[in-house]
Every structure is written in structure tokens, then in C-alpha cells.
Design a protein around this ligand. Structure first.
Ligand SMILES: [Zn+2]
Length: 316
């Protein structure tokens, strides 16, 4: 090798070493969310500063998800794992403990800090339906003993609480972008406020109209706007109701002059179709937003679609 070539090789080597030593752009915060609404809220607050990945593929609901070992990798690699809490992700608990290791603070539940009176465990309206002592607007529970009802995201004000928790978590994990996260969160909270205003304005005149839903997914929304839920078809998610239960529900529907049964896009709704036919009433759709395409605007669009359907079927 002649001197010139050695010199050139030396130059290339130093250039490479110099480049390798250059500070790389700080890596974006890696966040994993559990299911659709939490994904939407997080993406909205994260903006360009954090990478958000959702655990559940679109089309798989949080009540029936089967956790696979390969999902553990996602959790372990994440800087932050954001879940709903209130036992919605009970299938995730062991994996979460494992993934968090010595950093339990990396797991954040958006329901954290909610007043326990807001999420108290009550007997399900549907389960009590035979007793004739229902207080639908106050009912927030699932089946007795099933723990708090997890469906907080369907009430825009509780959704705002979730967004605030996400903001705090992102700011803590990535203080450099705290102001940016705050600006994003404020913009999104204003949109949630608008949804809340629109729900209240549209539903106040329809408070007294009785309806039935598929599973106990809307107690917070119903309580927020004082709606009249007569009962639900599936008192425990993914458990078929007994004939005795259905007979009771049917009686109640007649007594309360139920106007519509709302099914969910995720369920076949055969029972709902049959009940609606028996009672000669309408069949509508309310989306629990538990599944769906992973798009940042999916939550708002879903909430607006639901409001449209509530108004369409509850109005006289
Ligand atoms: Zn649900």
C-alpha cells in the first residue's frame, strides 16, 4: 500500500469515527396503549413527539383479548404503557408487572384519580330489572361483584379526565416537550368539551325515552345526560343471557314502553333482532368504540355517530 492510499484510508477512518461520535437526534418517546379510545387520546396529546403503538389490533375488543408472549416484547420496549384501568385490561396484569420490572411508574391508567363515587360498583340495572326498583340514570355497575364498570371513555367528561392523566404522564416521561404536549391536550380537551355540549343540547329533550343497550357499556354516558336506560341484553360481557333473564327483560321493556334496542357493531345481535321483532320496536346501533380502525380521530367520529343515532331513534 503506498503512502497516498494509506493516507486516504486514514482519512476515511477518521471521518467514520467522527460521524459515529456525533450526537444522534434524541429518540422519540415510545408509548404503547391498550385499546382504541386510549390510543386516540394518547396520539392526540403526543403529536409529533412520541411514537404511539396500540396493543390490540383493530377489530379485537378489550373484553376478549388473548395476550400472546410476543406482545410482551412491545410492553418491555415501551417507555410508557397507557391503559384504561378499572379491570378492563385484567388479561394484561401479569404481563404488565413483568414488563414494568423495576419501573412500575411506566404503567399509567387513565382512570387513575377518578372519584370512587363516580365509578362505584352498583348492582346492574339489568340484573335488577325484575324487581321493578330500577334507577337507570344512577346505575353505573355491571353484574354484582364484577368490579367497577370500566367504560369511562363513553362519557366525554370522564374522557377529559383520561386525557389529563395522559398529559401528565407524557410530560413526566419527556419533560423537554412538556409545553407541546400541553398545547395539544388543551386543543383536544376543547374538542371534547364541544362533544359534551352537543350531547347535552341534543339529548336533554329526549331524557324520558326508554331504551335498551346490548351490554352495560353506557352507564356513565347515561348518567351524565340523565337518559332512560331500561336494561341491557348481555348483563356480563360475552356471557349469553339466560331465558329467564330475557323473559324478565322483555316484561320490563313492555312496562317501560321501550322505544329502541341499540346493538353494537361488534356483536351479531341475533337476540336483539328477535326482541325488537317481538316488541315491534326499532333496532339502532351504538358503538362502544372498543374496537375500530386505529385512527387518531376515531374516538370523536364514533362519539358523533353515536349521538346521531341516539337522536335519530329516541326522538318521537
Ligand atoms: Zn365493554
Amino acid at each position: 500500500m503506498n503512502a497516498r492510499l494509506r493516507w486516504l484510508r486514514g482519512l476515511i477512518w477518521s471521518a467514520m469515527l467522527l460521524l459515529a461520535g456525533f450526537p444522534v437526534q434524541a429518540k422519540a418517546l415510545k408509548v404503547v396503549t391498550s385499546f382504541l379510545p386510549v390510543y386516540c387520546f394518547t396520539v392526540q396529546v403526543a403529536g409529533e413527539w412520541a411514537e404511539v403503538d396500540n396493543l390490540l389490533p383493530s377489530g379485537v375488543g378489550p373484553h376478549e383479548f388473548q395476550f400472546a408472549p410476543r406482545d410482551l416484547r412491545k410492553l418491555t420496549d415501551a417507555d410508557l404503557v397507557i391503559i384504561n384501568g378499572l379491570q378492563l385490561e385484567s388479561w394484561l396484569e401479569t404481563a404488565l408487572k413483568q414488563a414494568a420490572g423495576r419501573r412500575p411508574q411506566k404503567i399509567v391508567a387513565v382512570s387513575d384519580g377518578l372519584d370512587s363515587r363516580l365509578i362505584r360498583d352498583e348492582e346492574s340495572q339489568a340484573v335488577r330489572s325484575g324487581a321493578g326498583e330500577k334507577t337507570p340514570a344512577e346505575s353505573s355497575g355491571q353484574a354484582p361483584g364484577a368490579g367497577p364498570n370500566p367504560h369511562i371513555w363513553l362519557d366525554p367528561q370522564l374522557a377529559a379526565h383520561a386525557v389529563t392523566n395522559i398529559l401528565k404522564a407524557l410530560q413526566k416521561a419527556d419533560p423537554d416537550h412538556a409545553a407541546g404536549y400541553r398545547a395539544n391536550a388543551l386543543r383536544y380537551l376543547a374538542q371534547l368539551q364541544k362533544i359534551d355540549d352537543d350531547y347535552r343540547a341534543a339529548l336533554t329533550p329526549l331524557k324520558s325515552v326508554a331504551f335498551v343497550t346490548y351490554h352495560q357499556a353506557f352507564p356513565y354516558l347515561i348518567r351524565r345526560y340523565g337518559l332512560n336506560l331500561a336494561g341491557v341484553i348481555e348483563a356480563v360481557p360475552d356471557v349469553e343471557p339466560s331465558p329467564k333473564y330475557l323473559a324478565r327483560l322483555s316484561r320490563l321493556m313492555r312496562d317501560q314502553k321501550v322505544k329502541v334496542i341499540f346493538t353494537e357493531p361488534q356483536y351479531s345481535g341475533k337476540l336483539a333482532v328477535q326482541l325488537a321483532r317481538d316488541h315491534q320496536i326499532d333496532l339502532g346501533v351504538l358503538d362502544t368504540l372498543e374496537t375500530g380502525p386505529l385512527q387518531p380521530g376515531a374516538y370523536e367520529e364514533g362519539m358523533r355517530r353515536n349521538l346521531g343515532n341516539l337522536v335519530k331513534f329516541l326522538k318521537p
